[in-house]
Design a protein around this ligand. Structure first.
Ligand code: HEM
Ligand code: HEM
Length: 188
């Protein structure tokens, strides 16, 4: 399997970055919209895509462990390299904890979740209140909910910084950081 080099990223790194990255941006937007406006018809879609992306996230984490982190494309300042590293860590940990907290909230909350029609955790309807869910563990569901909400905002801030960084490299420093993530072989 091709490893990343300074001159060129492997297809695995590039595909996983864009599949996971663009899906997460969509899930953050859909999640915020549906929770704020109580659009319950979007919940199944949000949960299904969230569970699917978790599989890609798991492969990505294993790939990072095997392959290591990318070497900076150019010799930019040390404090910028440290900031980029911190943001990459926040993003990768966030991509793991968002689906995990979502599954905890929905699973322990008795709402259940799955991948479209395929049920992974069944809902637990409350016999006393038709149409309502009976939590399996309200405390765990509450922790999952809090984590999901707070981490969602942390992710949005980290992604904004990350995109600003990518644009700064591309437009101000005029280096090849972004082009490398788009598949180009760069001069080293
Ligand atoms: C339009 C949006 C995005 C752009 C333009 C972008 C751009 C980039 C670029 C240019 C790099 C390479 C940095 C380097 O060479 O050191 C990178 C790496 C990375 N990006 Fe993004 N990114 C975007 C969205 C995201 C999102 C939404 C996430 C996470 C949820 C993310 C997570 C990461 C991570 C963890 C790395 C480190 C390398 C890796 O694990 O693949 N990115 N990004
Ligand atoms: C990377 C994956 C995911 C991202 C980025 C994401 C993001 C979000 C965001 C930003 C919100 C709005 C939070 C709020 O204001 O309350 C939200 C809500 C929600 N998410 Fe996710 N989510 C992901 C995966 C999941 C998964 C896997 C599940 C369940 C299996 C899930 C279940 C929910 C539910 C039920 C809500 C609504 C909570 C409420 O009504 O307050 N999410 N999500």
């Amino acid at each position: 399997m091709a490893q990343d080099t300074k001159a060129k990223f492997s297809h695995i790194t590039i595909s996983l970055h864009w599949i996971v990255g663009l899906t997460i941006i969509t899930l953050l937007a859909v999640g915020l919209y549906m929770a704020e406006n109580e659009v319950y018809s979007l919940y199944t879609l949000h949960k299904s895509v969230g569970v699917i992306v978790f599989a890609f996230v798991a492969v990505r984490v294993l790939w990072r462990i095997k392959n290591g982190w990318p070497v900076p494309a150019s010799d930019y300042k040390r404090h910028e390299q440290i900031l980029a590293k911190i943001v990459h860590w926040v993003l990768i940990i966030g991509t793991v904890l968002m689906p995990v907290s979502g599954m905890l909230m929905s699973g322990a909350g008795g709402h259940g979740f799955g991948i479209f029609g395929f049920e992974i955790m069944a809902p637990n309807p409350d016999p006393a209140n038709p149409g309502e869910a009976l939590p399996l563990n309200a405390f765990t569901a509450g922790i999952g909910h809090e984590m999901h909400e707070i981490l969602g905002f942390v992710m949005m801030a980290a992604i904004a910084l990350h995109i600003a960084g990518a644009l700064k490299h591309h437009l101000i420093d005029k280096d090849e950081t972004l082009k490398r993530m788009l598949g180009k072989t760069i001069d080293v």
